[in-house]
Design a protein around this ligand. Structure first.
Ligand SMILES: Cc1cc2nc3c(=O)[nH]c(=O)nc-3n(C[C@H](O)[C@H](O)[C@H](O)COP(=O)(O)OP(=O)(O)OC[C@H]3O[C@@H](n4cnc5c(N)ncnc54)[C@H](O)[C@@H]3O)c2cc1C
Ligand SMILES: NC(=O)c1ccc[n+]([C@@H]2O[C@H](COP(=O)([O-])OP(=O)(O)OC[C@H]3O[C@@H](n4cnc5c(N)ncnc54)[C@H](OP(=O)(O)O)[C@@H]3O)[C@@H](O)[C@H]2O)c1
Length: 296
């Protein structure tokens, strides 16, 4: 089962996998914030970094061990952290791996002076990352009422919760069609999304389950690219639907999940509400759900 994911980008503009391997140690400065075992705070998991891949100066992904007994629903986030000096620094992170995976994956921004990511971007295999024990979040299948087509609208690192959900067989049990949109400023920032598609296509059991149900729609806003523009504009001018060959948003069949900046959430939510979809939550499932990719 090969080449069945539908890409909405011509082959020559797709991003080719470079020589960087998930298993290769990251080429970074020496990381000095690795905690000694004795310093790990009580009540948190201390996990081992297994692999790091740097995509751009702004984004990287890493995988780490999964604690025995740690359960989460695909799409949820957890608080992860590092000891910086004597103090732990935690931030919310979507778990990018699916709930069945034996390891945990995260996709991260690098904020140059960020209290966490100025250190986190230097981790190497063997380092320790802390994780609080309770995951949570609204971007879960349980928060949506049944539908036929699931849209996942993401910008930047907002793709992370969807990296989890597109690798979860339950998503394809519940929906006939899954559309992942990913909009970034630059082409290089789309690469994680393309890598995910390749992984699914080559995966021993996901390739069969996903088949041609998953459509990947990457767009760029600050460089020339085959698919260009903010997702909100592409909804407004109908290009998104024309490119995908699907009818406009319809609350009878379409469901949505949105993850991006506060402004992107507000503007995308407005489009879904104008189309007649209502916002849901864990406690009250409805037609779409939202979650911030970051604060600020
Ligand atoms: C529910 C939730 C889930 C999150 N999931 C992720 C995730 O999967 N991956 C991830 O990289 N971040 C995620 N974040 C953001 C994350 O919590 C941190 O803000 C980020 O790791 C930077 O931490 P910092 O301490 O270095 O800088 P902070 O002091 O936390 O942030 C400094 C500034 O950097 C910018 N910024 C922070 N995070 C991002 C981002 N992801 N994309 C673009 N700009 C950003 C904002 O302007 C912010 O004010 C999530 C946030 C929330 C609320
Ligand atoms: N390439 C970079 O320079 C880079 C990369 C990563 C992070 N950063 C830093 O990290 C922060 C966030 O950057 P980011 O690129 O991850 O996130 P971002 O600013 O939210 O932009 C991500 C994508 O979302 C689009 N977007 C922004 N507002 C939107 C809205 N209201 N509706 C629909 N789409 C919207 C952007 O389009 P527009 O281009 O039209 O705004 C861009 O394509 C910034 O402070 C930035 O300096 C910079």
């Amino acid at each position: 089962m090969r080449e069945r994911i539908v890409y909405f980008a011509p082959a020559d503009t797709r991003i080719k996998r470079d020589a960087t391997s998930m298993n290769a140690p990251a080429k970074t400065d020496e990381f000095v914030a690795q905690p000694a075992a004795a310093k790990v705070p009580d009540g948190v998991y201390a996990e081992t970094v297994l692999a790091v891949e740097h995509y751009t100066d702004h984004m990287f992904r890493f995988r780490m061990t999964r604690p025995a007994g740690f359960r989460f629903r695909s799409g949820e986030f957890a608080m992860i952290g590092l000891m910086v000096g004597d103090k732990p620094v935690y931030r919310a992170y979507s778990i990018a791996s699916p709930s069945w995976d034996e390891e945990l994956e995260f996709f991260s921004i690098k904020v140059p002076d960020g209290p966490l990511t100025s250190h986190l971007q230097k981790i190497k295999p063997g380092d320790t990352v802390l994780m609080r024990k309770k995951p949570t979040g609204t971007l879960v299948l349980d928060a949506l009422t049944p539908g036929k087509r699931l849209y996942m609208f993401s910008t930047g690192t907002g793709i992370a919760p969807f990296a989890s959900l597109i690798r979860d067989p339950e998503t394809y049990e519940k929906f006939d069609e899954v559309i992942l949109t990913h909009t970034c400023r630059e082409i290089a920032e789309l690469k994680y999304g393309f890598d995910l598609m390749e992984e699914i296509r080559n995966h021993e059991f996901l390739a069969e389950i996903v088949g041609d149900k998953l459509k990947h729609y990457p767009t760029v806003t600050r460089e020339e690219y085959a698919y260009q523009g903010r997702i909100t504009d592409l909804i407004d001018n109908g290009k998104l639907f024309a490119d995908l060959g699907v009818p406009p948003l319809d609350p009878a069949v379409d469901r949505g999940m949105i993850c991006g900046s506060t402004a992107m959430l507000k503007d995308t939510k407005e489009r879904l509400e104008n189309a007649g979809l209502t916002e849901g939550a864990n406690s009250k499932p409805a037609e779409f759900v939202i979650e911030r990719a970051f604060v600020g």
